[in-house]
Structures are given as structure tokens and as C-alpha cells.
Design a protein around this ligand. Structure first.
Ligand SMILES: O=C(O)CCC(=O)C(=O)O
Length: 279
């Protein structure tokens, strides 16, 4: 299932898509399951976004987080052998699993401004990796993922305020005007894998009636010693708990400066280390 092309792309661009990793019947099971859970109640960590008002579609469909802590299907998906096989191929050893999320992103919903996941997870040493399963076909109309190819080689960047009319989270990272921002068009059942330093996010769902649902797992390298407190307990891919230390958080982040007419990143002291839970 994992080819040399996938490995090369993840090394060079920081992301790759494994097509049809999950069968249509599995995708339908996940879609039905999470729609039922959403209808049936609210759960710890539900997040409709900063400034969600009564007419915001995310009010009715807030994002779910850490479902694997109370939902067996989510736990089984997070530890699925196919995902483990892919991540092990990309990272060189078996990862630890630290987070699940479900984005419903109904028609009209805001996206999530460009960011880097390791700003939040603060993995030491190494970084994190995401597995993002499309539960619907997704394209630019319904707010597919957008990635900045090659940005996984950047350090963690200092954040600035995001445009809350476009993003349900409040921080973003500045990128140079010539950055290669690419939409990742996917079919339901495809899985996007991406490096925790990669700048990524999504724009609003501008469709009239289409959801853009996705089931997401976050993983960290198997030799990591620290991760942010929010992500404990980390699990081995057999489901057993692994004791890791809390990561104190970065003390430095990168800012863009111009040198000889070119934009380069300079790493400076970090003023705000309170990376909250909005990844
Ligand atoms: O699904 C999205 O729109 C954003 C997801 C994301 O940023 C993530 O999985 O880290």
C-alpha cells in the first residue's frame, strides 16, 4: 500500500496521500457513527470555534476531540494496522498515538487558518505526524485541506492573529508571497499524511449543501520523550499507555526577514508559549 512515491513525497514535500486506504463501507460506518454521536449529545472538548454566533454552522456541528478516550470505534481507528504500517514506513519506527479529532465542516462553515501542528504538540525530540481520513469527497468548493509544500523543513514559526471571518481558530502563521500553497483534492477513503512542521489548514466550505467531514489522528515519533500535557496519555500502537514527560514548550520561534531580497526565517525568542488546544 505504501510505495516509494509516497515515501519520496513525504520526504520532499512533507505530505502524501494514500488513495482509498479505507473502503467505502468503512467510510460510511464512520460517517454514520459520528453523525449519530453528534446528534446524541455534547462531549468534553467540543469546539465550535472562536466567535461562533447563533447562525454559525459550527454551532450545530462543533469539532470533536480525543474521542478515542471514550469511543471504542475511534480508538480502533486510531490504532488501525494500515495507519500504523504507513506511519512506521514514513517515520522509520512505530509511532505513539496522542490525539483524535472529527471535523464536520458543514456547508458555510469557516476553515482553519494555516498553522503547524507541532506548535501545539511540542514534541521533543522530533515532531508529530497526522493521518487525515476524508469521510467525504473534498475539493476547493467544500474547503479541502491546503498545504504549503516543503514547509516541513521550517522551524516552528511565531504566530499572528487569524482572520476570524475565514477561520474558526484565532492564530495563523505568516508565509511569504511566493509560498507553494496547494489544495489537496481527495476522495472519501483517501488518507493524507503530513509532517507536524508542515504549514497547513483549510478555507471555508463555500458549497450550498456539502459536508466536508474528516477523521484525524495525531501521532508522535516513537523515540519522543516529551509532548504537551494536553496529549497525555500517549498510546503505543498496541493500545498500551506509554509514560512521557510534559513538554515545557518552545522558547523560540521563527520569523520571516528579508535578506538580500529573499525571505528567510530567523529564529527568535518566543514571547507567548501558551499554545492552547486549537490545533
Ligand atoms: O481539517 C481541517 O480543516 C484542518 C485540520 C488540521 O489542521 C489538522 O488536522 O491538524
Amino acid at each position: 500500500m505504501i510505495t516509494q512515491t509516497h515515501r519520496t513525497q513525504i520526504e520532499q514535500d512533507g505530505y502524501t496521500v494514500v488513495r482509498q486506504m479505507f473502503a467505502p463501507e468503512e467510510v460510511e460506518t464512520y460517517r454514520d457513527h459520528f453523525m449519530r454521536l453528534r446528534r446524541d449529545g455534547s462531549y468534553a472538548g467540543d469546539f465550535a470555534g472562536i466567535d461562533a454566533n447563533e447562525t454559525d454552522p459550527l454551532k450545530a456541528y462543533p469539532r470533536m476531540i480525543h474521542m478515542h478516550r471514550w469511543d471504542d470505534l475511534s480508538l480502533r481507528w486510531m490504532l488501525d494496522p494500515r495507519i500504523n504500517q504507513a506511519l512506521t514506513a514514513f517515520l522509520g519506527s512505530e509511532p505513539f498515538a496522542v490525539q483524535t479529532m472529527l471535523y464536520f465542516k458543514p456547508a458555510g462553515a469557516r476553515g482553519q487558518a494555516l498553522h503547524q501542528d507541532n506548535y501545539y504538540l511540542r514534541v521533543q525530540p522530533g515532531t508529530c505526524m497526522a493521518a487525515w481520513l476524508a469521510l467525504d469527497d473534498c475539493d476547493e468548493e467544500n474547503g479541502c485541506m491546503q498545504i504549503v509544500a516543503g514547509s516541513h523543513s521550517w522551524p516552528v514559526l511565531c504566530t499572528v492573529g487569524a482572520d476570524l471571518s475565514q477561520s474558526f481558530t484565532d492564530v495563523t502563521v505568516p508565509i511569504p508571497p511566493d509560498a507553494d500553497v496547494r489544495p489537496v483534492v481527495m476522495q472519501a477513503g483517501d488518507v493524507l499524511f503530513f509532517n507536524g512542521q508542515l504549514v497547513h489548514g483549510s478555507y471555508p466550505n463555500t458549497s450550498q449543501s456539502r459536508f466536508r467531514r474528516s477523521l484525524i489522528g495525531h501521532y508522535i515519533e516513537g523515540d519522543a520523550e516529551q509532548v504537551g500535557r494536553w496529549y497525555h496519555p500517549a498510546l503505543r500502537m498496541d493500545g498500551s499507555v506509554v509514560e512521557l514527560e510534559d513538554s515545557p514548550g518552545a522558547t523560540q520561534c521563527g520569523v520571516w526577514v528579508e535578506r538580500d531580497g529573499t525571505q528567510v526565517i530567523e529564529v527568535a525568542g518566543l514571547n507567548v508559549v501558551d499554545a492552547a488546544i486549537h490545533d
